[in-house]
Design a binder for this molecule. Structure first.
Ligand code: PLP
Length: 433
């Protein structure tokens, strides 16, 4: 990792930063050439506070997690109270109130009969659990040949190997693991009648080997920040059902209000058989994820034989501190208008980012809920762009061929103006350079 980042030279940064280059292995980062990451010493409301005192509006909500902003007193209180009583216990053979009440609360909140909740510690693991649930459900029912999944172009489902296999093998960041991963079927999301007929024919001809169809509802995240219509999602669900296949909805990014409804599936009136949640589940406080299944899926694991049980169990599953944070976040969704505010955020971002549409090199500007994307022909010098955003007082990271914004849902109109204004200014300079 280079020590030459002009924004944060080691000389001006905090003492602990000196060890970063030698000891901290950063994600998705070429450690030889990347500048040192920015030293963040605190968070507050929608701000990241740097060691030199600068405050940046976090346009990414720490990878879609901090839905109510940072350091919300209600979340802090509930987690602190839980820390006094019981920071952690294993979930094998014993359990605790926070886990049971959170499972019930999620089940009540989710559409349909997604009443059986399996907790884990990250989104990727929640996806692995969903895959194992689907495959083992069929095995428990005597259909052992159903080992493959249908996924979609531009999909991203996580970084563990099973989850990677569900991601688009051509476009995603997992492409160079080709040959190592499980092979799945990757199809285009069927929008038109013809595409839906072709999708149906594909499922029909491969049905015997298939365990489930897996989709990120309405918004595909890290695989391309692409949106599809509620009608396409409803068609995928209908066709999967017609063909007797399970539908897995990965709402790890879209869940908890990001697209304008609590869960994206609601906008298409789709109830999947299995749903994955993560990211904003604890509102950016602690790592936690969940895989929820319907009664029909759950019942396939019941019986006298112990081998029929679901064979998974993360050490930190249903961690009591994370349960407390998730409860507090759900309290806030009940008490405040963060969800109602998503529509206003969508409207403002659509309006405020309009000037980007006519910039040279910009090919698309799109918004859905509290997600905005400025797609460009080609990006270069991403690090310089990051620096420019920081100079403009905001935190954004350009990615592949796009700039994207996923701010906290609690962002105020003034803060949103500042975020979008700085975004337009930096993209404008970039496009004219
Ligand atoms: C749709 C989706 N699924 C799964 C994951 C993986 O979650 P995690 O990074 O918590 O493992 C992500 C992360 O970005 C995601 O966006």
């Amino acid at each position: 990792m280079s020590l030459s980042c002009s924004e944060t030279s080691v000389d001006s940064g905090p003492a602990w930063q000196r060890d970063a280059a030698d000891h901290l292995w950063m994600p998705y980062t070429q450690m030889q050439t990347a500048p040192l990451p920015l030293p963040v010493v605190a968070t507050e409301d929608v701000y990241l506070v740097l060691s030199d005192g600068r405050r940046l509006i976090d346009g990414l909500a720490s990878w879609w997690t901090a839905c109510h902003g940072y350091n919300h007193p209600h979340i802090a209180e509930r987690v602190a109270a839980q820390l006094e009583v019981m920071p952690h216990v294993m979930l094998g053979g014993i359990h605790h109130e926070g886990a049971v009440t959170l499972a019930r609360r999620l089940a009540d909140l989710l559409p349909g009969d997604l009443a059986h909740v399996f907790f884990s510690d990250s989104g990727s693991v929640a996806v692995e659990v969903a895959m194992k649930m689907a495959v083992q459900m069929w095995r428990n029912r005597g259909e052992g040949g159903r080992n493959r999944f249908v996924t979609f172009k531009h999909a991203y489902h996580g970084d563990t190997t099973g989850a990677m296999s569900l991601s688009d093998p051509e476009r995603s960041m997992h492409a160079h693991f080709k040959g190592f991963l499980l092979e799945q079927y990757c199809r285009p999301i069927p929008e038109t009648d013809e595409e839906q007929a072709a999708f149906c024919a594909f499922l029909e001809s491969h049905r015997e080997q298939l365990a489930a169809v897996v989709i990120e509802p309405l918004v595909q995240g890290a695989g391309g920040m692409r949106f599809h219509s509620p009608a396409a999602l409803a068609a995928v669900a209908r066709i999967a059902r017609q063909q007797g296949l399970l539908l897995v909805a990965d709402e790890i990014a879209t869940g908890f209000g990001r697209t304008g409804s609590m869960f994206a599936c609601e906008q298409a009136e789709v109830v999947p058989d299995i749903m994955c949640l993560g990211k904003a589940l604890t509102a950016g406080t602690l790592g936690m994820a969940a895989t929820l299944a319907t009664g029909e899926v759950f019942e396939a694991f019941l019986g006298d034989e112990s081998e029929k049980a679901l064979m998974h169990g993360p050490t930190y599953m249903a961690n009591p501190l994370a349960c407390a944070a998730a409860h507090a976040s759900l309290d806030l969704f009940e008490q405040h208008s963060d969800l109602a505010q998503v529509q206003a955020i969508e409207k403002s971002l659509t309006e405020l980012l309009k000037p980007c549409r006519s910039l040279p090199g910009v090919v698309d500007v799109r918004t859905r809920g509290a997600i905005a994307v400025v797609q460009v022909e080609r990006l270069h010098s991403e690090e310089k762009l990051c620096e420019r955003f920081v100079q403009a007082g905001i935190w954004l990271r350009p990615f592949h061929d796009m700039f994207y914004l996923t701010p906290p849902l609690s962002i105020t109109p003034d803060q949103l103006h500042q975020l979008a204004g700085a975004t337009v200014e930096v993209i404008g300079d970039w496009s004219r350079s």
